[in-house]
Ligand binder design. Structure first.
Ligand code: UGA
Length: 454
């Protein structure tokens, strides 16, 4: 099938590369010429494990362009995967979605096309996009009949850092479409994933025992709500374990053992019960805010989702409280942050806890240094004006520092030369923001280990 994808962020690019790998003819569109040039040269503008390798395999089926005119008229399916960043009100900014819909409407030809909302968009956006497409089509094709299209919602459930695995081997595929033809086309598009008939790339082996992937076919609004409800639930799970963690800290219980103890109950599940600094990234904060804002439009409050957000903010502040409790005075202290990215295996810094923690520490007069195995170049670009000193390695980070804070649980941080770091620090304190480090190992190295929830 011929597919066009508008937007080459995490979602658009991963979708494009995967569909190209599965044999579809894909054009990825972006208004950013520099991004398109990077992609044309076989590189990716974001760090995502195995993405460049899969891009190389999919290359014969992929095309990168800035021109709607080149690819929209021919496409059977057009995905909209543009950014919907949050506005100050909590609702998402739909400017890019609007301009993508207008651009598609302008270039649609007479054949049937399915336009798919892949970006996380507010409930009801499917109908809104349809009306924009119709308006734009009519404006640019005044004396022609046609404009046969349908809008569908196909929410994305991929996680940064494991985006390709999540796309090729998903738990489910959700398609919301009010028109049966749209569902049929998308079913054909996803058939190799649903039936798991494609040969797995060597670097992304198929999970053992994975059978057919369930397809959930719904009305538009249900698919749109599924996306928000899923992200909000995952966010709740994390906040719940962090709330229990605060109590565990007081009563002297080990929150990691508690999480394991409840998670092995299959009704609860062990995943997304990792306690610590809490969630960051471009999705949970934005989507929980949008859910609350949508509910408010209907006169509803969402106290559970609201509480999850508040707990999450408290977890970041808890880092400062813990440092204060140990160091007593933060003014003039040097704190080294191990990790900047909002989670391991990505260089994404959107709503990264490290950035907020650095801000709060600086506000209190501390000097902040930071290291990250992957996100340093991006941090240097995006936070060039900040007071953070970026360090090339953890040894430089620790030299003369009063405390190190593990913010992102990169696996390599587990095996740092702790004896060397302890020797070079002014005050050998390590605050483990993810309950991730090996406490006995650090203690043996002469460090004072403090867990964020212990
Ligand atoms: C999240 C969802 O997991 C995806 O299903 C969804 O498609 C995506 O948002 C989206 O809407 O685009 P992502 O934000 O990439 O994916 O990453 P997650 O793995 O969900 O992690 C989010 C944050 O939660 C990270 O900061 C992570 O450190 C934190 N987290 C995660 C915890 O604090 N504890 C956990 O147990 C799990």
């Amino acid at each position: 099938m011929k597919v066009s994808i508008i937007g080459t962020g995490y979602v658009g690019l991963t979708t494009g590369v995967c569909l190209g790998f599965l044999g579809h003819k894909v054009t990825c569109l972006d208004s950013d010429e520099a991004k398109i040039e990077t992609l044309q040269s076989g590189h990716t503008p974001i760090y995502e494990p195995w993405l460049e390798d899969l891009l190389a395999l999919a290359q014969p089926n992929l095309c990168f362009s800035t021109s709607y005119a080149q690819s929209i008229p021919e496409a059977d399916v057009v995905f909209i995967a543009v950014g919907t960043p949050p506005l100050a009100s909590g609702s998402p900014d739909l400017t890019y979605l609007l301009s993508a819909a207008q651009g598609i409407g302008k270039h649609l030809n007479g054949g049937f096309t399915v336009v798919v909302n892949k970006s996380t968009v507010p409930i009801g956006s499917g109908n809104w996009v349809e009306s924009i497409l119709r308006e734009s089509y009519e404006q640019h094709h005044r004396h022609q009949s046609g404009g046969h299209f349908a809008v569908a919602s196909n929410p994305e459930f991929l996680r940064e850092g494991s985006a390709l695995n999540d796309s090729l081997y998903p738990d489910r595929v959700v398609i919301g479409a009010d028109e049966p033809r749209a569902l049929e086309l998308l079913y054909t598009l996803y058939r190799p994933v649903l039936d798991q008939t494609f040969p797995a790339p060597t670097f992304l082996p198929r999970p053992e025992g994975l059978g057919a992937v369930p397809l959930i076919s719904t009305q538009l609004a249900s698919a749109e709500l599924i996306k928000y409800a899923a992200n909000a639930f995952l966010a709740l799970k994390i906040s719940y374990i962090n709330e229990i963690g605060r109590l565990a800290e007081r009563v002297g219980a080990d929150i990691t053992q508690v999480a394991n103890g409840i998670g092995l109950d299959k009704r609860i599940g062990t995943r997304f019960l990792q306690p610590g600094i809490g969630w960051g990234g471009s999705c949970f904060g934005k989507d929980t805010a949008a859910l609350i804002s949508t509910a408010a439009e209907y006169g509803l409050v969402m106290p559970i989702v609201q509480a999850a957000r508040e707990i999450n903010n408290c977890q970041r502040a808890h880092v400062i409280e813990k440092l204060l409790a140990e160091l007593k005075i933060l003014k003039g202290r040097t704190v080294g942050l191990l990790g900047l990215a909002f989670k391991p295996q990505t260089d994404d810094l959107r709503d990264a806890p490290a950035v907020e923690i650095a801000r709060q520490l600086t506000e209190r007069g501390a000097k902040v240094r930071a290291h990250d195995p992957v996100a340093l170049p991006r941090a240097r670009r995006e936070y060039a004006d900040s007071d953070i000193t970026f360090c090339e390695d953890p040894v430089e980070l620790a030299n003369g520092a009063d405390a190190l804070v593990l913010v992102t649980e990169w696996p390599q941080y587990r095996d740092l030369p702790w004896e060397d770091l302890a020797r070079d620090m002014r005050h050998p304190l390590v605050l483990d923001g993810r309950q991730f480090l090996d406490r006995p190992r650090l203690t043996r190295a002469g460090l004072q280990y403090v867990g964020i929830l212990s």
